[in-house]
Design a protein around this ligand. Structure first.
Ligand SMILES: CC(=O)N[C@H]1[C@@H](OP(=O)(O)O)O[C@H](CO)[C@@H](O)[C@@H]1O
Ligand SMILES: [Mg+2]
Length: 531
């Protein structure tokens, strides 16, 4: 049979439902029963992408992150562990929407020709999935697509999204001077735990940190990581039930905590000033929190993690005696206004990009060290290859410089530089707090969040909302931005913006103001302009 015929035969087992699909910020994501045809076609896309990249490995992750248990999703990982290059999202969308098996096969061949893909360049695809009930069948759909092209994918089983990103990068850099690590889970755990233990040497024993794993894949993986960490840290794991599918992200996890600004109900008697953290369903996102002595809840979100990491790394670089090192922080419009002010006060450059990790990641590459976080806890730290070389070649002049340099080097190993990684970020925060001997309230006191409110509005057509200035201003519908500005001007420390979501059929409204009541009121008033 020709390739066309084998694709058609295999595709016929995965008929397309009557639905339009779009590869968005988080790949394809929706109710799992709508996804088999999409995942099959993403398998074809992954093969094309790998061949386009000269036969390098690409990854396919099956997950719907913080979405409810009945949802699932699929996204592609590029060879260095980054998100799929944006220009390819459109090919994914077109493949997913092809009306017949014949059209699927035709479009596959068309792309093969367009990119002049040689038949002798073999595709290499790795796959991983989260713990959802629907995940194994979706992996089967992916494997069926690859098998129809005579490709045998490398299945990493149930893994966190960042673990798969790590593995993809390791596979493609093996044996080069940019080798990222062993392309196995053991390699991942060993790399993180060795760096962590080095950084914690000589630090006094800390109180435990409690980690809510959203009843997702982070639970079992954190359980494994703990074995490698030994007694270098005490981690208490909660919400780690992956057997009861309905519990995933239910009343727990990073999204629940961030959106509701409250504890997961499973934490019934929080210890004042103890450290708590929540992961999301695929463990690429983390937020911290604590209750103070009067039992009031305080969130330490992605902005707080970014400022903590940036100030710590700047200090380490200085203490190592490395000069002319430029460190920048990348945020989105959702970053709290006071976090931005704080970073400016530290004398660090800070830029704002559109929402979505790929935009932040790209902007962070402009620095020797780019620290990027979304307020909701997605984020990581990138060191440029030039910066890594300078750190490696630097000759310290004093024992103090030598010790700082050693820690800086270990940090570059501890941080998953492919993508935001809740497990790696957890260890990063723990290291910094240990080095500063800080309790969570001391960390929190660096700056006070401006009261804020995030709302969503259901609108007839979110595509009529067009933005500029990193999504902070509307250009369309005409006149709406002026109305928003007029409202904002009535509030001290007021700020508000409106943008269409990239992952849900809604428009998001964000507002900040001097008091919580004013922030809520401003958000309501801006929302009312949309109807
Ligand atoms: C306000 C907000 O939290 N938006 C989220 C959300 O994007 P929207 O385009 O706002 O739907 O999902 C993205 C993917 O997970 C994440 O990167 C982003 O931060
Ligand atoms: Mg996630």
């Amino acid at each position: 049979m020709s390739t066309q015929e084998t694709i058609i035969a295999a595709s016929s087992a995965y008929p397309k439902p009557n639905q339009t699909f779009q590869y968005g910020t988080a790949g394809f994501r929706m109710k799992a029963d709508l996804l088999p045809s999409v995942v099959f076609r993403v398998g074809l896309l992954a093969a094309l992408r790998s061949r386009f990249k000269g036969g390098q490995y690409v990854g396919v992750m099956i997950t719907a992150s913080h979405n409810p248990p009945a949802d699932n999703g699929v996204k592609l990982i590029d060879p260095l562990g980054e998100m799929l290059e944006s220009s390819w999202e459109a090919y994914g969308t077109k493949l997913a929407n092809a009306a017949s098996d014949q059209e699927v096969a035709d479009y596959y061949s068309q792309l093969e020709q367009e990119f002049n893909l040689k038949p002798d360049v073999e595709a290499k695809v790795v796959v991983g999935c989260d713990t959802r009930e629907s995940s194994p069948a979706l992996v089967d759909a992916l494997v069926a697509a690859l098998n129809s092209l005579s490709i045998k994918p490398n299945d990493y089983g149930t893994v966190t999204t960042p673990q798969l990103h790590y593995v993809v990068r390791c596979l493609n850099t093996q044996g080069t001077d940019r080798a990222y690590g062993e392309p196995t889970l053991e390699g991942y755990f060993t790399k993180l735990s060795a760096a962590f233990k080095g950084l914690m040497k000589g630090k006094s024993t800390r109180t435990p940190v409690t980690v809510d794993c959203a009843n997702g894949v982070g639970g079992p993986q954190l359980g494994l990581l703990k074995k490698y960490l030994g007694d270098s840290i005490t981690i208490e794991v909660t919400n780690e039930d992956v057997q009861t599918y309905s519990k995933l992200n239910y009343q727990c996890g990073a999204d629940f905590v961030k959106v509701g600004q409250r504890l997961p109900p499973s934490i019934t008697s929080p210890q004042p000033l103890a450290r708590y953290a929540s992961l999301d369903g695929d463990a690429d996102r983390i937020v911290y929190y604590y209750v103070d002595k009067s039992n009031t809840f305080h969130l330490l979100d992605g902005d707080k993690i970014a400022t903590l990491a940036a100030s710590f790394i700047v200090d380490l670089v200085r203490a190592s005696g490395i000069a002319d090192f430029n460190l920048g922080v990348v945020q989105t419009a959702y970053a709290n206004g006071n976090s931005t002010k704080y970073i400016e006060k530290l004398g660090l450059p800070v830029v704002c990009t559109p929402t979505g990790v790929k935009h932040l990641h790209h902007a962070a590459l402009a620095y020797d060290c780019g620290v990027y976080f979304e307020a909701n806890g997605h984020g990581t730290v990138l060191f440029s290859s030039d910066a890594l070389a300078r750190i490696q070649e630097h000759n310290p002049n004093t024992p103090a410089e030598s010790s700082a340099l050693k820690n800086l080097t270990a940090l570059t190993e501890l941080i998953n530089q492919t993508v935001g990684d809740a497990l790696s970020d957890l260890l990063l925060v723990e290291v910094i707090l240990a080095h500063k001997s800080w309790t969570p309230d001391q960390w929190d006191s660096c700056y006070t969040d401006l009261p804020n409110k995030l709302e969503k509005a259901e609108v007839a057509d979110r595509n009529i909302y067009k933005t500029t200035d990193a999504e902070r201003k509307l250009t369309e519908p005409k006149g709406l931005q002026d109305q928003i500005d007029a409202l904002v001007s009535k509030y001290s420390n007021g700020r508000s913006f409106v943008r269409p979501s990239g992952t849900e059929n809604v428009v998001r409204v964000y507002a900040e103001a001097g008091t919580k009541g004013e922030a809520d009121e401003l958000a309501q008033k801006v929302k009312a302009l949309l109807n």
